[in-house]
Write a protein that binds this ligand. Structure first.
Ligand code: AHR
Length: 485
C-alpha cells in the first residue's frame, strides 16, 4: 500500500461549478430514446403517457440538470415538424446516420414534458446541415413564442398554451462532419444567418456554436467571435484504450491520458475565447459530447460499461470542476443504452452503470464553489499515442457550499490501494465527515440485470483528526468525502 496527500484550500475559490457541468445527452440512436426514455402508452413497461418511468426516476434521483436532444448527427437530418401533433399521424422517416427508421413518436412535446418530469433543462440542437434558418426560427417560435401566431396556437393545441422558455439552442452539430461537412468559414457564414434571426425572435436564448479542433475554432471565431452571437462553443471528445472488458494493465492506464487530452483542449480554447472577446469571459465552453467509445460498441452504439470507465469519468469531472470558470456545460454521451451511458435496459429490466454512481457521488458539486486542490501522489508511467506519459495515481477536486465541503478523490492505480490523507488547509476542525466509496475487485467489473448493484457506492471508513481526514482507497476506486464545517 502506498500513500498520497490531497491538499484542499477551501479559502481559495476557483469559481462556481454550474450545475449544467453534470449534464446529459440523448439522441435518436439505438435504444437511447426508444426503450430508454420512451416506450409508448400501450407498453407493459410502467410509463407516464409513454415516457418510461424507471429511467426517468433514476435521472431525477441524481438531479440531472440539463439534457441535449435530439442529436448528435441525427439533429442535422431532423425536421422538427415530423415530431409534433397527433402521434398516429406522424411520418416515418429514415434515420440516415444510425441505420434505423424513425417513427417520430418522441418529438418536441414529449421531450419537453420528459425534461419537466426529470427536472432537467432542455437543450435543443437544431439542424444546420440539411435545414434552414427559417425552419429553426419556426421551431423556436413553436417552443418559446408567447403570442397568438399559428405556431403558438399549434403548441397550445398540442397541450402547452404557455411558452416553454427553452434557453439553450445549438446551431448544428459536428458541422465539420455529419453536420454538413462544412469548412469553418462556410459554417461561420451559416451560423451568422441563423443566430441573427433567432436572436431577433427571442433575445433571451443562448446559442451553442459547433467547435472542433483549434484551427477550426480560430477561423470560426475570427469571423463570428466579436459579434456577440456566440454564448457557448462546443467541444467533443471520445476516447478508448483496448477493449471495454478484458483489457491489459497497460491498456487500462492508457485510457486516462487519452481522456486528459480534453484538459489541453479546454486550456487552449479558453485562451482563444478570451483573445476574441477581449477577456470579457462571455463565451464559455460546452463539452456537449464526451466519454468512452469502446471498440465493442455495436450498431446501436451499445457497449459494456465498467468500473474503469467510471473512474476515468471521475477524473475528467475533476478536470471540469477545476476549469469551472470557462465551462458552462458538459453532456456525457449518452444517457441510456448508448456509449458511456448512465443507465442500461433490456426490455422491462433496468440497471445503473458504475458511471451513474459517479454522477451521484459528485452531485453536491453542482452549483458549489470549486476550490484549489493539490495532489501529492506517486506517478505512473504510461503512454499516450506511443509516447511516455506521467500520470498522477490520484485525481481530486473539491467544492464548498455554505458550511458543506465535498472532496472527490479517485485512486487510479490498477493494483495498489492507497492511504489518502486529505488536509483541509485553513480549516480548524470539522463538525462531521462521511465517505462513500465506489469500488470493485476488477477494473472491468460491470453491473447487469442479475447483479445490478455489483458496483455501487457504499459508506466507508473515514478517520478525522482536526483538519485531516484519512482513508484507504482500493485500486480503481472513486470516493466522495462529504464534510461539514
Ligand atoms: O454520440 C454519438 C455520435 O458521436 C453523435 O451523433 C455525433 O455527434 C458524434 O460523432
Amino acid at each position: 500500500m502506498s500513500a498520497a496527500t490531497v491538499h484542499v484550500y477551501p479559502n481559495h475559490p476557483l469559481g462556481v461549478i454550474s450545475r449544467h457541468v453534470y449534464g446529459h445527452f440523448a439522441e435518436h440512436l439505438g435504444r437511447c430514446i426508444d426503450e430508454g426514455l420512451w416506450v409508448g402508452e400501450d407498453s407493459a413497461i410502467p410509463n407516464d403517457g409513454g415516457l418510461r418511468l424507471d429511467t426517468l426516476q433514476a435521472l431525477r434521483a441524481i438531479q440531472a440538470p440539463l439534457v441535449r436532444w435530439p442529436g448528435g448527427c441525427f439533429a442535422d437530418a431532423y425536421d422538427w415538424r415530423d415530431g409534433i401533433g397527433p402521434r398516429a399521424e406522424r411520418p416515418r422517416r429514415i434515420n440516415v446516420w444510425w441505420n434505423k427508421e424513425e417513427d417520430n413518436q418522441f418529438g418536441t412535446d414529449e421531450f419537453l414534458r420528459w425534461c419537466g418530469l426529470v427536472g432537467a433543462e432542455p437543450y435543443i440542437c437544431a439542424n444546420v446541415g440539411s435545414g434552414t434558418p427559417r425552419e429553426m426560427m419556426q421551431w423556436l417560435e413553436y417552443v418559446n413564442y408567447a403570442g397568438t401566431t399559428t405556431l403558438a396556437q399549434q403548441r397550445a393545441a398540442n397541450g402547452h398554451p404557455e411558452p416553454h422558455g427553452v434557453k439553450y439552442w445549438g446551431i448544428g452539430n459536428e458541422n465539420w462532419g455529419c453536420g454538413g461537412a462544412y469548412d469553418p468559414a462556410d459554417y461561420a457564414k451559416e451560423y451568422r444567418r441563423y443566430a441573427t434571426y433567432l436572436r431577433r425572435l427571442d433575445p433571451a436564448i443562448e446559442f451553442i456554436a459547433c467547435g472542433f479542433h483549434h484551427d477550426w475554432n480560430l477561423k470560426f471565431l475570427e469571423s463570428v467571435g466579436q459579434l456577440g452571437l456566440v454564448n457557448h462553443l462546443s467541444l467533443h471528445h471520445y476516447y478508448s484504450s483496448g477493449p471495454a472488458v478484458g483489457f491489459s494493465e497497460a491498456q487500462y492506464y492508457e485510457l486516462f491520458p487519452k481522456a486528459l487530452l480534453l484538459e489541453g483542449m479546454i486550456e487552449r480554447d479558453s485562451e482563444l475565447l478570451s483573445f476574441f472577446e477581449r477577456g470579457l469571459g462571455r463565451i464559455k465552453l460546452a463539452i456537449d459530447e464526451w466519454g468512452v467509445w469502446h471498440p465493442e460498441a455495436d450498431r446501436e452504439l451499445s457497449q459494456p460499461n465498467t468500473l474503469r470507465d467510471a473512474v476515468c469519468a471521475a477524473m475528467v469531472m475533476d478536470v471540469f470542476n477545476r476549469h469551472c470558470r470557462v465551462i458552462s456545460m458538459t453532456n456525457i454521451a449518452q444517457t441510456v443504452n448508448v456509449l458511456q451511458c448512465l443507465i442500461q435496459t433490456a426490455g422491462e429490466r433496468m440497471w445503473l452503470t458504475p458511471t451513474y454512481h459517479v454522477y451521484d457521488l459528485y452531485r453536491p458539486h453542482m452549483d458549489a464553489t470549486a476550490v484549489v486542490t493539490e495532489v501529492d501522489s506517486f506517478g505512473i508511467t504510461t503512454a499516450r499515442d506511443g509516447r511516455p506519459f506521467a500520470l498522477e495515481s490520484v485525481s481530486a477536486s473539491a467544492s464548498t457550499k455554505g458550511d458543506d465541503l465535498l472532496v472527490t478523490v479517485s485512486n487510479l492505480h490498477y493494483r495498489e490501494g492507497q492511504e489518502i490523507t486529505v488536509v483541509l488547509e485553513g480549516v480548524d476542525k470539522l463538525r462531521g465527515a462521511q465517505m462513500r466509496l465506489l469500488s470493485g475487485d476488477q477494473a472491468d467489473a460491470v453491473n447487469s440485470p442479475d447483479a445490478p448493484d455489483a458496483v455501487s457506492p457504499r459508506p466507508a471508513k473515514l478517520n478525522r483528526r482536526g483538519n485531516r481526514l484519512t482513508c484507504v482507497l482500493p485500486p480503481h476506486s472513486v470516493a466522495a468525502l462529504e464534510c461539514q464545517r
